[in-house]
Structures are given as structure tokens and as C-alpha cells.
Design a protein around this ligand. Structure first.
Ligand code: S6P
Ligand code: ZN
Length: 192
């Protein structure tokens, strides 16, 4: 006989991403992102202010076992470092074949995806956009607007996080403001 878990419901504020009874709220400041922005001088200069770039509200602590799901919201604040829009650290899933689903709730962002070979894919996210992250793609979200960019994510509980590969190599492309528009450029720090 399986042990039956008790079903439950979570309330989510669809405009600001707040989950009132979140089990974990993570706040990521610039100092948590050291070395990730392409313009190191701009990053160093901004470090004095150490702005809050984004926060993650985890709705559950469901067991980290195959078959279970977890879900969360992420709010990325508007801002730039050396012309590069604020983004999340980005990761592969530790168990690489675990997929994920994102849904835009507020604001405007890019979902930047990359295979281990450096192939890049970009999805434009606005409220209602449902973006699928297939297995094995690294993913990073970027606020390309002037308001908070808020999205919901749902992922297998056992997916885990591989941040190290991104810290070591970065993403092959960056998103910077050029002529008032978000523009994809090769990342000068990228190493294959
Ligand atoms: C988890 C999922 C999201 C991110 C969150 C923050 O698999 O992709 O909940 O954790 O958007 O991004 P990061 O890269 O700092 O974990
Ligand atoms: Zn993920």
C-alpha cells in the first residue's frame, strides 16, 4: 500500500508573486551574483549598493523524490548592470533529464536557454505565456521591462540545481539594452 499524502492548495498573488505561507523565501543580491555580469567594472562599482535583484518564494517542501513536484514564484526587479538587464543566476538541473514549466504572471522577460554545447534559445515571456524547459537545457530568466517580472515555475522535486557550470562558463549570450531595446550579444566571458 502506498502512503497517501494529503492534498493541499496554495494561494499565490498573481501580480507580485508573493506566496503568503511560502516555506522558503530566497533573496538574491548582487553580491550573490559576483562574476556573472559581463561588465566586471560596472558590477564592481554597483557592488557598493548591493541591490536586490530577485526573490524566489517556494510554495512547498514536498519530498525530493521521483514523482513529486515542487512549485514557486520568482520576482525579478527592473534594473541593469553595465547595460545588462537583471537576471537569475541560472542553472542546469542536477538530474539533467528533468523538465520544467514556467508561466508569466506580470511584467516582461526573456527565458534564456542553453544546451551544454552552447546552443542558445530565447522565449519571450509576458502574463499568460507558458514556456516549456525541456530536459538538459540550462535556464536563466531576465527582466527586460520597467516593471517587476514575475513568473510561476513547476518542476520535479528531485530535479536539483547545478549552478557551478554556469558560474564557471556563463551563458553563451547576454541580453543588454541597445537603442532602448533588449538585444542578444555574444558573452565575452563565455567559455565552451
Ligand atoms: C527551479 C526553477 C526556478 C528558479 C528561480 C531562481 O528549478 O528554475 O524556481 O530556481 O527562478 O533562479 P535560480 O537560477 O537562481 O535558481
Ligand atoms: Zn530549474
Amino acid at each position: 500500500m502506498p502512503e497517501y499524502m494529503t492534498p493541499f492548495t496554495t494561494m499565490i498573488n498573481l501580480t507580485n508573486g508573493v506566496i503568503p505561507n511560502a516555506v522558503v523565501v530566497q533573496k538574491r543580491y548582487l553580491k550573490d551574483m559576483e562574476g556573472l555580469f559581463a561588465d566586471s567594472r560596472a558590477e564592481d562599482a554597483e557592488m557598493i549598493n548591493n541591490p536586490l535583484l530577485y526573490e524566489v518564494h517556494e510554495a512547498t517542501n514536498n519530498p525530493m523524490e521521483e514523482g513529486q513536484l515542487r512549485y514557486s514564484t520568482t520576482t525579478i526587479y527592473p534594473g541593469k548592470v553595465g547595460g545588462e538587464y537583471y537576471f537569475t543566476r541560472g542553472h542546469y538541473h542536477e538530474i539533467g533529464n528533468r523538465a520544467e514549466l514556467y508561466m508569466g504572471l506580470a511584467g516582461e522577460g526573456y527565458l534564456l536557454l542553453m544546451t551544454p554545447d552552447g546552443e542558445i534559445n530565447v522565449q519571450h515571456m509576458t502574463p499568460g505565456a507558458m514556456s516549456y524547459i525541456p530536459p538538459f537545457w540550462a535556464h536563466r530568466t531576465i527582466n527586460i521591462g520597467k516593471e517587476n517580472f514575475v513568473f510561476f515555475s513547476c518542476y520535479p522535486s528531485d530535479a536539483g540545481y547545478d549552478y557551478e557550470s554556469i558560474v564557471d562558463k556563463g551563458f553563451a549570450q547576454i541580453v543588454v539594452e541597445q537603442d532602448g531595446k533588449p538585444t542578444l550579444l555574444p558573452n565575452p566571458k563565455w567559455t565552451k
